[in-house]
Design a protein around this ligand. Structure first.
Ligand SMILES: *[C@@H]1O[C@H](CO)[C@@H](O)[C@H](O)[C@H]1NC(C)=O
Ligand SMILES: *[C@@H]1O[C@H](CO)[C@@H](O)[C@H](O)[C@H]1NC(C)=O
Ligand SMILES: *[C@@H]1O[C@H](CO)[C@@H](O)[C@H](O)[C@H]1NC(C)=O
Ligand SMILES: *[C@@H]1O[C@H](CO)[C@@H](O)[C@H](O)[C@H]1NC(C)=O
Length: 453
């Protein structure tokens, strides 16, 4: 008996299969056959059995002639720009995706069905187009139990919320005045143009307008505009329909201007002004050292605000500011050293330098004299509190009184040498300050021009 078992079962299975195959619907039926008989809708609530034949078809694309493409219209609303991560080049946004398509197997007569023209149906029971975003770089966390609206003519409206983490080519060169242009490409996974066509449900400016109104948050990013393009995607010999949306966003720079640019600008301005501290007083180098320390601490504290990767102009600007401060500190140290050297043991001055300096001094003296003649304030003579000036001044007179003309002449000559060296140092200081200013202003202008463009 045991040998007969599988035989009998196989036969039963064959019978069952053939019955099933005969009963299964075919696509050659005319569309009228699919009108839903809804008598009793308003009496018994929704009649599941009336819809069952429709629900059973959800595995297949709903078309009457298989060579007809399904037209899916797309729209979306950008409701938030959550995060822009320049390091991993990701834009996280939140959108409401809306899909519209026609299902020719759904139709009912609203007059016979209690005046009902639109029905919400659990989306699980319907065929859904497989529209995805090409740039999507995460797991789709869309809730699964969504509802679609179906109207009496078979027009289906399906909305789903999506947290979109999309890859985007982010360029932070102009940080914090940067704009980004991210692409969201909607396309079908599988259906080629022969089976699915994509269209727009709204004009792109309507999408932009509603999105702008919806993004009420005053976050870091601001929506500039949305553009679209509809190139076909070619893979081998098949064409896929796709719609690309270019989402342009702009950073609100206020936070960075207040926290980064303004303090840095102040520190640099103070550094430039500290050139007016007399070098002879010996205060300038410690002052600049303190400033440099302050700037370093500022940079350390504000490091979190800067983008973690790439080289934006602002980093170059900070590096430039820091190097300007270091250079000006070095200048102060050098001049202090020079002044100290020339007042204690002035080396002989090269002839060409001497004549150059004389010419320069004559020129400045001339301008001063003209200033005086014009009734301008009498500019103070160079006063060097750090030097033993009064003593030296008294020196020759005392020597003269002592009646030692030889030492007097030597001292006078020494004094003259010191004087001319001191004048040279001060002239050098002015010259270096001018170079510093020119460099600072030109680099500032360069940075600003880069930012404006
Ligand atoms: C619709 O179904 C009801 C019973 O539910 C039946 O009485 C009626 O004849 C059907 N109408 C059509 C057009 O099939
Ligand atoms: C389906 O459509 C194609 C082209 O539109 C047509 O040639 C074909 O006859 C149609 N098939 C049926 C069964 O209507
Ligand atoms: C899609 O949009 C086009 C043009 O706006 C319109 O003619 C068509 O009926 C729409 N189709 C669906 C399924 O919404
Ligand atoms: C964004 O980039 C695309 C091409 O990459 C371009 O067509 C579009 O105009 C750009 N949009 C903006 C606002 O710059």
């Amino acid at each position: 008996m045991e040998g007969g078992w599988p035989h009998q079962e196989g036969w039963l299975l064959c019978l069952l299969l053939s019955l099933l195959l005969q009963g299964s619907p075919t696509f050659t039926q005319s569309s009228n056959t699919f009108t839903i008989n809804c008598s009793g809708f308003d009496v018994h609530g929704w009649n599941q059995t009336a819809f069952q034949p429709l629900f059973d078809r959800k595995a297949f694309r709903p078309v009457i002639n298989i060579s007809d493409p399904t037209r899916v219209n797309i729209s979306f609303t950008l409701s938030a720009i959550l995060k822009v991560d320049a390091q991993i080049q990701l834009l996280t946004s939140f959108i409401w995706l809306e899909l519209f398509w026609d299902n020719p197997f759904i139709s009912w007569n609203p007059e016979k069905c209690g005046g009902i023209t639109e029905l919400a149906v659990a989306a699980d029971n319907l065929w859904l187009p497989d529209i995805f975003i090409v740039e999507f770089m995460d797991i789709d966390q869309t809730p699964s139990d969504l509802v679609a609206y179906v109207n009496s003519k078979g027009h289906i409206k399906y909305k789903k919320p999506m947290k979109v983490t999309s890859i985007c080519n982010l360029d932070i060169f102009y940080f914090p005045f940067d704009q980004q242009n991210c692409t969201l490409t909607f396309s079908s996974f599988l259906y080629t143009v022969n089976h699915m066509l994509l269209g727009m449900d709204k004009e792109v400016w309507e999408i932009t307008d509603t999105s702008r109104h919806l993004i009420q948050t005053q976050g870091e990013w601001q929506l500039l505009g949305i553009n679209k393009a509809t190139p076909k995607l070619v893979v081998g010999s098949s064409f896929y329909d796709q719609i690309m949306f270019y989402v342009a966003i702009q950073r609100r720079p206020r936070l960075y201007v207040i926290n980064l640019l303004v303090p840095s600008g102040f520190l640099i301005a103070i550094d430039a002004l500290s050139f007016f501290l007399p070098i002879e007083s010996g205060n300038r180098a410690p002052f600049k050292m303190t400033l440099l320390l302050g700037y370093t601490v500022f940079l350390l504290m504000m490091n979190d605000l800067l983008p973690p990767s790439g080289t934006p102009v602002i980093s170059v600007y900070f590096a430039l500011s820091l190097s300007l401060m270091v250079v000006s500190l070095l200048e102060a140290i050098f001049l202090t050293y020079l002044l100290n050297l020339v007042t204690t043991q002035p080396p002989p001055m090269p002839h060409w330098l001497h004549s150059l300096l004389l010419r320069y001094l004559r020129a400045t003296a001339g301008s001063k004299r003209s200033q005086k003649e014009n009734g301008g304030p009498d500019p103070n003579p160079i006063h060097l509190p750090g030097l033993k000036e009064p003593g030296v001044k008294a020196g020759p007179a005392k020597a003269w009184l002592n009646g030692d003309p030889h030492s007097t002449w030597a001292q006078l000559e020494h004094q003259q040498k010191v004087d001319i060296w001191v004048k040279f140092s001060l002239a050098l200081d002015t010259l270096l300050f001018c170079i510093y200013l020119i460099f600072m202003i030109s680099s500032l202008i360069t940075v600003i021009v880069l930012w404006i463009n």
